[in-house]
Design a protein around this ligand. Structure first.
Ligand code: HEM
Length: 188
């Protein structure tokens, strides 16, 4: 894969994402080959399993909450359903290797500036101080989950992931009235 990407970049692509990455100017310089390949890999890995999980989690939510499918009859409800799936089953449960930018206290635990931490998005998305009945799957009016992270590194692919989920869900609803996961045949 790395050799193939390296070959494609050396041909100076003129269109599409490869060309955007090739000509990107970051701090007054272009990216070197390793950085270009790293960015493509980030897009491939970051955008693949996460969205696959979101789509399969939507099916699990439909299977576990039989009545919800009858409410997915407006764009608004479909939007709320996708957001609740992102909150309830956060595809990325935690982000390892982060560093505290300041001294801080969280629930009585002191964290020093520079200390390495893991951020548990899945847990934050079930925070009872933020969400009413956090362990219930509900179509919520306000859903300030952080399944895509927060701040300057928030997921760049969030709009694409939401669009893919919307297309997959509408396609499913056009063809099926109900889904039930057969728990007897689990492969993992
Ligand atoms: C349901 C689907 C997805 C979820 C839950 C998700 C989640 C996340 C999260 C939590 C982060 C933040 C990491 C951090 O704070 O350091 C992130 C970053 C990122 N995501 Fe996604 N992602 C999804 C889909 C995608 C897609 C479709 C793409 C691209 C095609 C993508 C590309 C990226 C990239 C490039 C970053 C790094 C952004 C940066 O560091 O500035 N993601 N994603």
């Amino acid at each position: 894969m790395i050799e193939k990407l390296s070959g494609l970049f050396s041909q100076n692509p003129e269109n599409g994402i490869m060309s955007v990455i090739s000509t990107a100017n970051v701090n007054n310089r272009n990216l070197d080959l390793n950085e270009k390949i790293g960015y493509i890999m980030l897009l491939i890995i970051g955008g693949n399993e996460t969205t696959t999980n979101l789509i399969t989690n939507m099916l699990k939510a439909l299977s576990d909450n039989e009545d919800i499918i009858n409410n997915l009859n407006t764009e608004r409800n479909i939007h709320d359903f996708i957001e609740e799936t992102l909150r309830y089953y956060s595809p990325i449960q935690f982000l390892p290797h982060r560093f505290a930018i300041d001294d801080t206290d969280i629930n009585g635990i002191h964290i020093n500036k520079g200390q390495r931490i893991s951020v548990f998005l899945g847990s934050a998305n079930r925070d009872e101080n933020i969400f009413d009945k956090p362990d219930e799957f509900i179509l919520r009016d306000r859903n300030e989950h952080i399944a895509f992270g927060r701040g300057p590194h928030m997921c760049i692919g969030a709009p694409l992931a939401r669009l893919e989920a919307d297309i997959a869900l509408n396609d499913f609803l056009e063809n099926y009235k109900k889904i039930r996961i057969d728990n007897k045949n689990q492969y993992f």
